[in-house]
Design a protein around this ligand. Structure first.
Ligand SMILES: *Cc1c(COP(=O)(O)O)cnc(C)c1O
Length: 367
């Protein structure tokens, strides 16, 4: 039995004619950036995330960069973030001349450990970026409490967590703002790159809207209030995303069904299953286990026709580009251990139950 890590065709085929119709409308209108299709999607997206506003941008990376620019993050500022995450989380901090300050993770959930944040706060700290890794939210109550006490802004990196909930509250609605990615492998995937910023703060929202078009008002195109970026969302992507958004909750449920099968079949084995923070409802962008001899286990799965992934092989504090920050091996032991042990299993919604059971059985026999 062959089981690939991800197969987007199974999701596309049932929606093919609906998506093509909405793409056709953009082609007929020949209106390609921002405009009514983007506005409609932003409105639906904000409602989905239960925030007042959403700003469509070109990618999840642009969402994070634009949000930090809108906060006024400047050279010399410090921003707290995890090291066990996708590069963009910290890359955007450095691009603004600010310093990413890496905090270790909580080993069961792979998310920022709130107990380790306060020790890293200095007079230069301006913001915290918790990442809701693999689809479950970081401990927002604890993080917001620390942020409030030290007057820091919280920007949620919700790139992997659209629709995830904590005590019933969705990702992006708990921080000052939340950033989403619609990269094709995310639970809501565009036909290319796209992203969004969600917030309840009106002034911040307006600033993001200006920053995404080089700091100029959309109507006063050649008058620039700030130096921004080119972060616009394409109408074609918004059209695709607006169709798909209607089906997103069903896809989350299917991923959760697959995860529940793994949870049940891997119980009591040498495979360590992902832990859930109390009150969390995960959308399982990834189902990530820990195993010893990870690379051998991955090879055994591949030999049986099963795809798997390693997110992430190297923690950000040990990346070559961050060497000037002076971190050493051993500084963030849980992030480093996670990089050695994690293995992501296929969990996408269209998997057959028999495929999921086959993966679990093969994995059990491989450890
Ligand atoms: C995917 C991702 C991003 C970046 O999104 P892009 O759309 O690829 O730019 C940022 N942070 C995390 C945690 C991600 O998984």
């Amino acid at each position: 039995m062959k089981v690939s890590m991800l197969d987007l065709k199974g999701q596309y085929l049932p929606l093919r004619s609906e998506i093509r119709r909405s793409i056709d409308e953009i082609c007929d209108a020949q209106s390609f950036t921002l405009g009514p299709t983007v506005e409609k999607f932003e409105k639906n997206l904000a409602a989905y995330c239960r925030t007042k506003y959403a700003v469509g941008v070109g990618s999840g990376t642009d969402a994070l960069l634009c949000a930090l620019m809108a906060l006024g993050i400047a050279p010399g500022d410090e921003v707290i973030c995890p090291s066990f995450t996708f590069f963009a989380t910290a890359g955007v901090v450095s691009r603004l001349g600010a310093v990413p300050v890496f905090v270790d993770i909580e080993p069961d959930t792979f998310n920022l450990d709130p107990k380790k944040i306060t020790a890293k706060i200095t007079l230069k700290t301006k913001a915290i970026i918790p990442v809701h890794l693999f689809g479950q939210m970081a401990d927002m109550r604890a993080i917001n409490e620390i942020a409030c006490h030290h007057n820091l802004k919280v920007i949620e990196d919700a790139a992997q967590a659209i629709g995830a909930k904590q005590h019933g509250k969705p990702a992006c609605s708990e921080g000052f703002a939340g950033c989403l990615s619609f990269y094709p492998t995310k639970n809501l995937g565009a036909f290319g790159d796209a992203g969004a910023i969600c917030t309840n703060d009106e002034a911040f929202y307006e600033r993001c809207q200006l920053l995404r078009v080089h700091g100029s008002g959309h109507r006063n195109t050649y008058y620039h209030q700030f130096v921004g970026g080119m972060f616009r969302l394409d109408a074609l992507q918004a059209a695709v995303l607006d169709v798909k958004l209607k089906y997103l909750d069903g896809w989350h449920e299917a991923r959760r069904r697959n995860a529940a099968i793994y949870d049940e079949m891997l119980e009591g084995t040498a495979v360590k299953r992902p832990g859930m923070l109390e009150g969390n409802w995960s959308i399982y962008n990834q189902y990530v286990v820990r195993v010893q001899n990870r690379d051998q286990v991955k090879q055994k799965l591949a030999d049986a026709g099963i795809g798997s992934g390693i997110y992430y092989p190297v923690p950000l504090h040990l990346q070559e580009c961050f060497a000037p920050l002076g971190y050493r091996e051993g500084d963030l032991p849980e992030s480093e251990r996670a990089c050695r042990e994690v293995l992501a299993l296929p969990v996408y919604p269209e998997l057959e139950e028999a495929q999921v059971r086959f993966v679990a059985q093969t994995l059990r026999a491989s450890v």
